[in-house]
Unconditional design. Structure first.
Lengths: 345, 454
């Protein structure tokens, strides 16, 4: 009998508190795992220095975060979505459909993408052309489109070490992959002169040729990593000939195990990326639900604090961790302060 | 017996093959014996392989994780410089709160530089970055809180243990060596030498790290202060909810199905469905939790109450199956006797059958709980795989505050870039395993203590 009472009271408790739990006091953040470390640093400092409860930061990827963000307006939806890419038109449309009409887009800095290999391995001075020639599924040899025959880096470019080709690339669900395809493979494709040949081979269809440029070989020399950079690091640890594609901040935390490759002769660092010398970088964003400002305490303050000079500026904790500060941070700060929103489709 | 043997044809001496003695082993028997020996060897091999895998797992986890329970602290006099913490000089806490934690690094850095100078510690190539990066980011936050709580500290010299950075801590755990420090962008050989010099003079000590068990999670820049407190509370709240909901519902369902329900098509279908539910992948319950509890009921994200409800759904089939098995194991004679002396069906069940089945029910429940304790997947979609740095308050309100869970903490830490988080993740696994072990021991104890055999 007591059991029934227990069950009944448990249900009653849940029902009563469901209504009582209406007022959420903390900022709820979701999204990109690339932005996650920066968001946690800001959340921690925000809770330390402000009189607001600590924001809760979920991760799960840019797309998953934006999907949650666009689910609607209300206490049980997230306030901020972190993203390692700009929001897409389709996502904006979903947002609008669900009543999320006022969105603030905040670009808070840039993230570099680096190629790194085992610390005791050879030195790599890569160009996008080398990477394309080593990793593309189809390359052009003597004007003919053929399946990639290269097995060693020295075959790709005699200046590179005589080391087996083995590259660990983030899987397609990662935002890093998109940047890698766009800034390395596509550029390399053009530099190698393969774009024209591939266009001719596909009967003049340029879209098809561009897709072919970005297609990686599937014979085991290019390995998709669906996990995190820690997995890539573990793979390099067990296969010393491997080269991994990492975020700059991850590399900077593991410089005792990894050696970074130069791209076009430029060593990646926050300085070279800020100056625009290092080619492979991407902007990082977070999106704020403007309708929640005023209802969720501390949301405006969180956004302001995130882009403040003390956080995202040069020499701040985010830059120390590996973020490339936005050269136009002052403009971003002004936009956040006045609450500029994205124009909806 | 005797009749049967007497009817058998007796071998006639001299006719047909000579009967062999039972003591001489023929080829057939040898083969059978060999087969049996082989089978036993396979069994022993299988057990050995399992034990080896377990030993290897435990060994690597203990090797990698035990260091998380120890942490290095510095004991150096810190001068709380008034010009840094109270630039206006009016000792007004509201004004002083405007000084951010990052500024407090000045105090730590200058105090360390002074200490090196006054004590004549000679380290080559020491620069400002080495001094600034010597202490944890958490140390500045702690100092700021201490100063804001007690403004009279301004201008004083305090002597408390100060948390060092993860790299310095790693030097005493073998994670950072002098060679790796030379290559590491976050530390240097000079910092290594300084740490060794301070340790030699007794100003750097490694002690048991209670903060690892009670502290909150921290950001990627300060692995040295990351703790499991929020995760342990979150897991405890969820287990509480699972226990309070799943045990009564599960037991009531089982009693009805086993003792009262008519055996017909409908109960058969229910039975099959319960068995099926037990095999449903746990992520499915997470999707259900998101759709039902968050989107329809409107419960908050990241809250233990939602996690608890989801895990309740997941644990229910396990408890129902275990309880029904326990009820079935009670001999029918007990029921017959009770009914025979005039007890009602309900009296029979509650006075006689249920007490006898209790050990089995409790064992099943605890094993179900242990399973729920280790689940991460269903928590992913309801927002519990998150970075939470505030403790949830006491229940019932605390059930609605954001919290994390133990397996989630392991998952989160393995993804972080700083190598020091690897140690933390392994340490968290040790804590999780300790909880599991305790629960399983409790299950065994209850079974041993109360079980009755017939």
């Amino acid at each position: 009998m007591s059991m029934m009472k227990m069950t009944a009271s448990a249900f009653a408790m849940v029902a009563v508190s469901a209504t009582a739990a209406a007022a959420r006091e903390n900022v709820q953040v979701a999204g990109s795992s690339t932005v996650l470390p920066y968001a946690t640093i800001v959340a921690e400092a925000f809770a330390e220095n402000m009189d607001f409860p600590a924001p809760v930061v979920e991760s799960g990827g840019s797309s998953a975060g934006l999907k949650q963000f666009c689910e609607g307006v209300g206490q049980n939806t997230v306030d901020v979505a972190n993203s390692s890419r700009p929001i897409r038109e389709a996502e904006l449309a979903t947002c609008k459909e669900n009543g999320v009409a006022n969105i603030m887009e905040v670009r808070f800095g840039y993230d570099g993408i680096v190629f790194a290999s085992d610390i005791n391995g050879g030195d790599f001075a890569l160009t996008p052309k080398d990477v394309f020639t080593a990793l593309a599924k189809q390359v052009v040899v003597d004007g003919q489109v053929v399946a990639n025959p290269a097995t060693r880096w020295s075959e790709v470019n005699p200046a590179l070490p005589d080391q087996e080709i083995m590259v660990f690339v983030p899987g397609t669900k990662h935002g890093t992959r998109e940047v890698f395809e766009e800034k390395v493979m596509t550029v390399g494709c053009e530099e190698a002169g393969a774009l024209a040949a591939l266009t001719a081979a596909s009967g003049g269809d340029e879209d098809k040729a561009e897709a072919a440029c970005m297609t990686l070989r599937t014979d085991g020399r290019s390995v998709d990593i669906d996990g995190d950079y820690t997995e890539t690091l573990a793979r390099i640890d067990s296969n010393k000939a491997g080269i991994g594609v990492f975020g700059l901040s991850f590399y900077e935390n593991n410089t005792d195990k990894l050696k970074v490759a130069t791209i076009n002769g430029v060593t990646p660092s926050t300085e070279t990326i800020a100056k625009g010398e290092y080619p492979v970088s991407r902007p990082l964003f977070f999106y704020v639900k403007k309708d929640h400002i005023g209802t969720i305490p501390g949301l405006q303050e969180y956004a302001d604090f995130f882009v403040s000079d003390a956080m995202a500026g040069p020499g701040g904790p985010l830059a120390n961790y590996g973020l490339v500060p936005d050269p136009e941070l002052a403009a971003v700060q002004a936009a956040v302060a006045e609450g500029a929103t994205v124009t909806m489709p | 017996m005797t009749d049967a043997t007497s009817n058998l044809p007796r071998p006639v001496p001299g006719a047909g093959p000579q009967p062999k003695s039972l003591l001489t082993v023929d080829a057939r028997t040898r083969r059978r014996n060999a087969a049996e020996k082989r089978f036993r060897a396979y069994g022993i091999l299988a057990i050995a392989a399992a034990m080896l895998a377990l030993a290897f797992l435990l060994f690597t986890i203990l090797r990698d994780g035990s260091s998380a329970f120890f942490q290095t602290y510095a004991r150096i006099p810190m001068t709380i410089e008034a010009s840094v913490v109270d630039p206006k000089g009016n000792r007004d806490p509201a004004e002083m709160a405007k000084t951010l934690t990052t500024s407090y690094n000045r105090i730590l850095q200058d105090s360390l530089a002074d200490f090196i100078k006054t004590n004549g510690i000679a380290v080559e190539g020491l620069d400002d970055d080495d001094l600034a990066g010597f202490f944890s980011g958490q140390a500045r936050a702690d100092m700021r809180w201490a100063v804001l709580a007690d403004p009279s500290l301004v201008g004083q010299v305090i002597d408390v243990p100060v948390l060092t950075s993860s790299r310095v801590d790693g030097m005493f755990k073998g994670r950072v060596t002098r060679e790796s420090a030379a290559l590491d962008g976050k530390t240097s050989v000079a910092q290594f030498d300084l740490a060794m010099a301070l340790a030699d003079s007794g100003h750097l000590k490694t002690r048991f790290n209670w903060d690892f068990i009670t502290g909150t999670d921290s950001s990627d820049t300060r692995p040295e202060s990351a703790g499991l407190g929020v995760a342990i509370i979150g897991s405890a709240y969820m287990m509480l909810i699972v226990l309070v909901l799943a045990l009564p519902i599960g037991v009531a369902t089982s009693i009805y199905l086993e003792e009262f329900a008519p055996k017909n098509r409908l109960t058969d279908i229910i039975e099959v469905n319960i068995s099926n539910l037990a095999a449903v992948p746990s992520i499915v319950f997470g999707i259900l939790g998101l759709a039902a509890f968050i989107n329809v009921v409107g419960l908050p994200r990241s809250a233990p109450v939602v996690g608890g409800l989801v895990l309740t759904l997941m644990t229910l089939p396990t408890i129902i199956i275990a309880t029904r098995a326990a009820l079935r194991a009670v001999p029918p004679s007990i029921r017959d006797a009770a009914l025979g002396v005039g007890a009602s069906r309900m009296q029979t069940v509650f006075h006689h059958v249920l007490p006898l089945a209790m050990p089995g029910i409790l064992t099943g429940t605890i094993i179900g709980l242990a399973q729920a304790l280790g689940e991460t997947a269903p928590l992913m979609l309801i927002g519990m795989v998150a970075f939470v740095t505030t403790y949830p308050s006491a229940p019932p309100q605390g059930l609605f505050d954001p919290a994390s869970a133990l397996p989630v903490q392991v998952f989160n830490w393995t993804q972080r870039a700083d190598p020091a988080f690897f140690e933390r993740a392994s340490g968290a696994i040790i804590v999780l395993l300790a909880f599991m072990l305790a629960m399983n021991l409790l299950a065994i104890f209850l079974r041993r203590r109360f079980e009755r055999r017939w």
